[in-house]
Design a protein around this ligand. Structure first.
Ligand code: ADP
Ligand code: ZN
Length: 697
């Protein structure tokens, strides 16, 4: 605990030195030391300091991200308990001889002679009255008392594991290759959806556990992991320690403490679990490695996937990156032979990959966003007892509210964005800042008629209800699952097949296994075709493959229908003829030609402020600094306003640095940070540096 301005704060001692560059008058004294033993081990600190240097983020902030919040409030990480030990002298006492004189002492000594030592919390549970004897026993030097760390909770086996299916030949090869490896080696487990990647993880985990080492499994979102966790328990018999953001402060601390215990075998968590204090690590598994959730998008902007590889290297252990749609970064590393590729090309068991079709939306009349041929296909699948997933990446009723006479579009007052219409709640809401206002039927400018334009999940739910009045339709998006328990309930209805038509956003597109689902319809994929981010087509292909993978996971073959107004776009040909791999190959070529990542490295400087002038003052100053000591191979792109310049009342701008050489880029950025921090213009803005940004705004 240290003084911090007028407050006190919890700090972490990183180093003890004999001298300081600061004058003595500037040095302050610790208030007290909360933990006697180090909270972080050498390996924990190694990854923390690596992340701080790599992401150019102050080490204090990185530690704050790695340390459970519970410990930032004057609480010891390791709680101590008193332990009573019997001395040599005490061991020589014959309890029967003192029994008459001091029966209580005799009872305790006889007990201690059997156990030699015992912590008081356990002793308190026995019916041995000892507190009154403590002083006397200490004085006679029959016992000593010391403080020891209280026992950490241990992960226990909770059931007898059941045997898994016999592996197919591709799975066998993958499992054998990984199990053969005892040193650092990154494997990319590239397996189509439903090909049995999870089965491979489970076999590898079982093998690692035999060696007494620990396994860390990273997943993009905990909400999508229920089925996976159940499978782990079934097959391994252990409940993994879970680390994720929906835990309470205390739960998180408990989980963190469990992970420090070398007896803890299995740790499963989201992004921040990469900082879990695991000291006897045997393998790291990163499921859905391409998922953008692995990158923290604010504050300390790190990639848990990339840090996982670094951590595996530090521990000199294998790491598995699994995906049906690997990131272009990983695919490129395969080409460079830095990663080893393991492929699963067949669906496991009897399941087959679904067939895919495009529907040309420029032909025919589809006023409510559903083409006649889609309606026909839905009917067909319903008849055969199939379940249907209607996928659209927009929640709400409609994304736009426009006036039919003056063409005025309802805008957010705090953002450069349109308001989304929520008809049933009679409101307009902004998805960027969360503000909302009442919906009016008449235009606020000319009093003309408003019209809701385009489709959102709520509108589709309504329209489908008209086409299929006797069918249970379930909408699953972040609006419908906001309340606690509603997500589980919705998934349950989806899983049992009770809801025959599901309308959902990307929330439903990954990870789920709905047994009776046979048809996936993608309503509006076109936005992705014209994205102004260079990662647009990679993302579009990934989400389409992901959502397609929900169809036909069991015996019934699945079908996927994609509606588009641009059927001639070359993206479709690549996707339909060569699948994800072809799109990835094309995109890699384009990126190489344009020298975008993974063929170069990026650092993005972002700034925002409530006044446009302040934002630009910073941007110009940043530009000047970088220009002045610019290394030869650095390209400066910008400064420019962010694509959505105003968000939540703040004006946003950015400056992108591009370089073929990671070292130069890091050098340039660290020089820049040192210089800009001294400038006044930083006081009036919020600014950040994002190394390896995955979103360019
Ligand atoms: P993925 O993780 O690639 O999506 P899973 O491991 O979840 O795939 O496997 C999909 C389904 O196939 C699961 O129901 C799983 O139990 C089953 N499965 C996996 N491997 C085999 C196998 N070798 N034989 C039979 N069924 C399998
Ligand atoms: Zn807004």
């Amino acid at each position: 605990m240290v003084p911090f301005g007028r407050q006190k704060k919890v700090g972490l001692i990183l180093e003890i030195v004999n001298e300081s560059d600061l004058p003595k008058s500037k040095l302050r004294q610790c208030i007290n030391i909360i933990d006697q033993d180090p909270v972080f081990s050498e390996s924990d600190l190694w990854i923390i300091s690596f992340a701080s240097k790599y992401y150019q983020h102050p080490i204090g902030r990185v530690i704050a991200a790695a340390l459970p919040t519970y410990l930032k409030k004057d609480r010891p990480a390791i709680s101590l308990v008193e332990e009573i030990q019997i001395t040599k002298k005490g061991n020589e006492i014959i309890p029967d001889e003192i029994k008459k004189r001091a029966p209580k002492q005799a009872q305790l000594i006889s007990y201690l002679q059997k156990k030699q030592s015992i912590t008081v919390d356990i002793l308190n549970k026995k019916t041995i009255e000892w507190k009154s004897q403590r002083r006397s026993l200490l004085k006679k030097e029959w016992i000593t008392i010391s403080h020891v760390p209280s026992k950490l909770n241990t992960q226990r086996s909770i059931s007898i594991p059941i045997k898994g299916p016999a592996l197919n030949s591709e799975q066998k090869i993958a499992v054998n290759k990984i199990n053969e490896t005892q040193y650092f080696k990154p494997f990319l487990l590239d397996g189509i959806t439903g090909s049995g990647k999870t089965e491979v993880y489970l076999r590898v985990i079982l093998e690692v556990l035999k060696t007494g080492k620990q396994c860390l499994i990273l997943v993009p979102e905990i909400g999508l992991t229920t089925q996976f966790i159940e499978r782990v328990i079934q097959r391994i018999g252990i409940e993994p320690v879970l680390l994720h953001s929906s835990l309470t402060e205390h739960q998180r601390f408990k989980a963190w403490q469990m992970t420090r215990n070398p007896q803890t075998k299995l740790i499963l968590g989201t992004r921040s679990a990469i900082f879990a204090p695991i000291h006897n690590l045997g393998i790291i598994i990163v499921d859905e490695e391409n998922d953008i959730s692995y990158k923290q998008q604010d504050g300390f902007r790190y990639s848990a996937r990339d840090l996982a590889v670094t951590k595996a290297k530090y521990f000199d252990i294998p790491i598995i990156l699994g995906s049906a749609t690997p990131s272009l970064e990983s695919l490129n590393l395969i080409k460079q032979k830095k990663y080893t590729e393991l492929t699963l090309q067949k669906r496991a068991g009897n399941a087959q990959l679904p067939s895919m079709h495009l529907v040309d939306m420029t032909k025919g009349y589809a006023p409510d966003g559903l083409s006649p041929s889609l309606i026909k296909t839905i009917k067909k699948h319903l008849k055969k007892d199939g379940q249907i997933l209607i996928y659209i990446n927009r929640r709400g009723f409609a994304p736009t509210l426009i006036c039919t006479s003056c063409n005025h579009i309802a805008q957010c007052l705090r953002c450069d964005s349109r308001m989304t219409v929520y008809l049933s709640q009679n409101k307009l809401a902004c998805h960027h800042c969360g503000s909302y206002r009442e919906y009016t039927e008449k235009c606020i400018i000319c009093n003309g008629e408003y019209k809701a334009l385009g489709q959102g999940t709520q509108r589709l739910e309504e329209v489908l209800g008209k086409y299929f009045p006797n069918i249970m339709i379930k909408r699953i998006d972040s609006d419908s699952t906001r309340l606690k328990g509603t997500m589980d309930e919705a998934l349950n209805i989806a899983n049992t097949g009770k809801a025959r038509i599901l309308v959902g956003t990307q929330m439903l597109s990954k990870g789920h296994h709905f047994p009776s689902l046979t048809l996936v319809a993608v309503i509006n994929a076109d936005q992705g075709l014209f994205s102004n981010d260079f990662r647009g087509s990679e993302r579009l292909a990934q989400s389409l493959i992901q959502v397609s993978g929900r169809a036909g996971r069991e015996d019934q073959k699945g079908q996927v229908i994609i509606q588009t107004e641009y059927p001639d776009h070359p993206f479709w040909e690549a996707l339909f003829e060569g699948g994800y791999k072809r799109v990835a190959e094309h995109t890699l070529q384009e990126r190489e030609a344009a020298s975008w990542p993974p063929f170069s490295y990026l650092a993005l400087i972002r700034v925002s402020s409530h006044k446009k002038d302040f934002t630009w003052e910073f941007l110009n100053s940043a530009h000047q600094i970088i220009e002045k000591d610019k290394l030869n191979d650095i390209n400066i792109m910008g400064p420019v306003s962010a694509p959505m310049e105003r968000k939540a009342g703040k004006y946003r701008g950015q400056l992108l640095l591009h370089c073929k050489n990671r070292k130069s880029l890091h050098q340039q950025i660290s020089l820049f940070i040192k210089k800009i921090e001294r400038k006044k213009c930083t006081h009036r803005v919020k600014w950040s540096v994002d190394i390896d940004p995955i979103e360019l705004f």
